[in-house]
Design a binder for this molecule. Structure first.
Ligand code: PHE
Length: 339
């Protein structure tokens, strides 16, 4: 009787243990079958067993208990090794993968070119000057031989501010500041941001960058001007570029020139950046007009000079074949990370 009960119990335990899915479940089964109080085996009443059979029944109980314990232990260690395997899987590391580290920033292409040109001119004895973006009418126009009713004022659409102030339309007012502050002889450049009230398209922005240059000394001629312009262009492009020089009108220079380069985006075939002409105005320049020297207290009988106004933004576009000016200030990191 007890014998068959025990066999049924052992079978039940075996089935339950095999079906258990967590260590906690195994613990419940252990208590249910082997618990000292109320466990299935403990509740077998030894008192009702006749004295001569007690030893044999005790042995059977022990065997059943050991069998259940062995099953529980085996299943427990199965769970433990499964958990171990899962942990190893989740903590797996490939120690041969090279580290990525934080992504490094880079200088804006405009800044890079500006730095390069500054280095070049500093090596040629030029000083780098800075001027305000909010300028007076006098510095931006009058002192540059552009009086109030002069038609040249219409060449540069101006953002006017209250009180006669304006956003500088070119870096040329820094010429005036340089001459007045430093006097002749003078070699200066002035990179900076300029503003024009223009319709924005692929080749026009209301905000762009120029780099002004000026040299005032005795006996400055067009030959000096051309020498510096050639030095500048070969330093920038490090390759042959086709240029053309044509007369250009700016009230603050006489004679004045436009130095154009063949468009490097379409190689002269015509595109939106060069307005289908194949040429890009890059480097307007000329000999400083006597009125401009005079306005800044320099005697034009004694001193002469040249000046140029390099279009930094256009230069960047030519150098990197960027076909839309709006990308330069757009702040799109996918664009900027290429430089
Ligand atoms: N300031 C002129 C401009 O924007 C360029 C220039 C500078 C021309 C110096 C001649 C000499 O447009």
């Amino acid at each position: 009787m007890i014998e068959s009960n025990l066999a049924a119990l052992a079978d039940a335990a075996k089935g339950r243990i095999a079906a258990a899915t967590t260590p906690a479940e195994l613990e419940t089964i252990r208590v249910e079958f082997l618990g000292r109080k109320g466990g299935a085996l403990a509740s077998i009443d030894m008192k009702s067993v006749p004295a001569d059979q007690k030893a044999a029944v005790g042995k059977m109980l022990n065997t059943a208990k050991q069998a259940i314990e062995a099953l529980l232990d085996a299943r427990t260690s199965d769970f433990a090794s499964a958990a171990q395997a899962a942990r190893l899987e989740s903590e797996w590391l490939d120690l041969t993968v090279p580290p990525t580290g934080p992504r490094r920033g880079s200088l804006h292409p405009l800044t890079q070119i500006q730095n390069e040109i500054e280095d070049l001119f500093v090596s040629l004895g030029f000083t780098v000057l800075d001027g305000p973006e909010v300028e007076s009418d006098e510095h931006n126009f009058d002192a540059l031989n552009i009086p109030p009713d002069h038609p040249a004022r219409d060449m540069q659409d101006t953002f006017w501010l209250d009180g006669g102030w304006l956003l500088r339309t070119h870096t040329s007012p820094v010429q005036v500041r340089g001459m007045r502050k430093l006097g002749p002889p003078l070699r200066m450049i002035a990179p900076g941001r300029v503003f024009r009230n223009e319709e924005v398209d692929a080749s026009h922005e209301h905000t762009f960058y120029q780099l002004e240059g000026m040299m005032v000394d005795k006996n400055v001629s067009v030959a000096n001007l051309l020498y510096f312009m050639k030095t500048l262009l070969s330093a920038i492009f490090k390759r042959d570029v086709t240029v053309r020089l044509r007369p250009g009108y700016f009230p603050f220079v006489e004679p004045g020139f436009e130095l154009d380069i063949q468009c490097l985006i379409c190689n002269g075939a015509g595109c939106p950046v060069c307005k289908q002409s194949g040429w890009v105005e890059l480097l307007p320049c000329g000999l400083v007009h006597p009125n401009v020297l005079r306005r800044s207290n320099i005697d034009p009988e004694e001193w002469g000079g040249f000046a140029f106004g390099l279009g930094l933004t256009r230069l960047v576009m030519m150098r990197y074949a960027i076909d839309d000016i709006r990308q330069l200030q757009g702040g799109d990191l996918r664009f900027l990370r290429q430089f």
